[in-house]
Design a protein around this ligand. Structure first.
Ligand SMILES: *Cc1c(COP(=O)(O)O)cnc(C)c1O
Length: 410
């Protein structure tokens, strides 16, 4: 997929210009992914998956709307050109912090309410505010326990929607939509279950609303063995639910989806350098200059990412290896790994002819990559580069150590 930017000369150009490690995104893939979703009336990008404002601008120009889960994400959306006093931004959360509450009221940003407490907080200050309720469907699903967002083990959403409705009425809030998000990773059986739960809730509440949202969770084939989501199937299930609800409530309903990873995951790669290849007893370790401070998914979820190698320019001087190796980062922490199973055990990858100085490309990292990075081990945030119209553009420069320390200067 990322062939265009994977040519050796491009990798050499990028690593020479910006050094490693670095993120690269291909804008065209983002556009293609959004186009695949055009049947859905509203595509709302879950920006937590990839929040660089240059990416958000591309997404806005494709006609998508946006989800924000913090005041920082509201600011990002505004800077990227999404509008206030409109349906462009929806604020989704299980809590209000003082500042975010103030902001959504000031700009009349619709709120997707995740708790009864939020209803009270918003209702007291902003009657008639347009709101959604995020309903916990009482069961969940996710590619990992940590991404399961439904059921009693999930903190998300409102358990008792009738109670919520009573409170909404008490505070005179304007209910415009119902939302459910059970987690990430689509499975059709679960999808059917969610859409049926949505129908049941809509009928039970019996309120004229404008929108229903199927949430996010559309997966992408991280592994070669995995298949693309059948979007037609997904659409059919939800369109049917929409029609049923619309018929029952006797009002038109707009169907939204709220994907994150589906839109950006495949557009991004992480380019790092092999700094060391070492053998501890019988195990080989390939050690990169990028760790879980940059890409957290393998450590957090045991996620699989495809990994390829581009031979470095000084190959001839280094010893070459044909090995099965564990891939690790530079952090002072033994859990700093890229090859982990879902249950946390170590696995290896096969390498042919690799050497120190080679570039390692970690694929499909455009979602929950840069946006989840940290400064752990006091390593500065790494640059993000956008490939668009056959050109590379720096869309976030490397953080300097000075900048990192500046917050502590007093
Ligand atoms: C994270 C999240 C999404 C996006 O999930 P993906 O798996 O990236 O599609 C959508 N909606 C809500 C409420 C979320 O929390």
């Amino acid at each position: 997929m990322n062939n265009i930017i994977l040519k050796k000369k491009h990798v050499f150009f990028l690593t020479k210009t910006y050094k490693t490690p670095l993120w690269v995104y291909n804008a065209e893939i983002i556009r293609q992914q959004i186009l695949k979703l055009k049947k859905f009336q509203i595509v709302r990008f879950a920006q937590k998956s990839c929040s660089n404002i240059h990416i958000l601008k591309i997404i806005r120009k494709c006609g998508a709307k946006i989800d924000a889960v913090s005041i920082g994400e509201i600011e990002r959306a505004l800077i990227s050109g999404f509008k206030t006093y409109s349906n462009d931004i929806v604020f989704t959360s299980d809590i209000f912090e003082k500042k975010s509450l103030k902001k959504v009221i000031k700009y009349k940003i619709p709120v997707n309410l995740g708790s009864l407490h939020m209803i009270k907080q918003l209702g007291e200050k902003s009657p008639k505010h347009p709101v959604w309720i995020r309903i916990n469907p009482k069961f969940g699903h996710g590619h990992h326990i940590k991404t399961n967002t439904g059921g009693e083990n999930s903190k998300h959403g409102i358990w008792n929607s009738i109670k919520a409705l009573k409170l909404l009425k008490k505070y005179n809030l304007n209910l415009i939509g119902l939302h459910m998000h059970i987690g990430s990773g689509v499975d059709y059986l679960h999808l059917k279950k969610v859409s049926q739960a949505m129908i049941k809730e809509a009928i039970n509440l019996n309120q004229k609303i404008n929108f229903i949202s199927a949430g996010g969770g559309l997966t992408i084939p991280y592994h070669e063995k995995e298949q693309e989501v059948n979007l037609n199937n997904y659409y059919k299930i939800w369109n049917k639910a929409k029609k049923k609800i619309s018929n029952f409530l006797q009002c038109p309903i707009t169907l939204e989806i709220e994907p994150g990873r589906f839109i950006t995951a495949q557009s991004g790669i992480l380019i790092s350098k092999i700094c060391s290849i070492k053998k501890n007893q019988k195990k080989y370790f390939v050690i990169l200059d990028s760790g879980f401070n940059d890409l957290l998914r393998p450590v957090l979820y045991g996620s699989y990412h495809k990994i390829t190698v581009i031979p470095g320019p000084k190959h001839i001087f280094h010893k070459k290896y044909n090995i099965d190796a564990i891939i690790s980062g530079p952090l002072c922490e033994s859990g700093d790994l890229f090859t982990v199973t879902k249950t946390g055990s170590l696995i290896t990858r096969k390498f042919q002819n690799i050497a120190c100085g080679d570039y390692l490309i970690i694929h499909d990292t455009g979602a929950y990559g840069a946006s989840m990075s940290s400064n752990y081990n006091s390593r500065p945030l790494i640059p993000e580069i956008l490939y668009d119209h056959k050109k590379f553009k720096l869309i976030r420069r490397r953080q300097t150590i000075q900048e990192m320390l500046s917050l502590e200067n007093n």
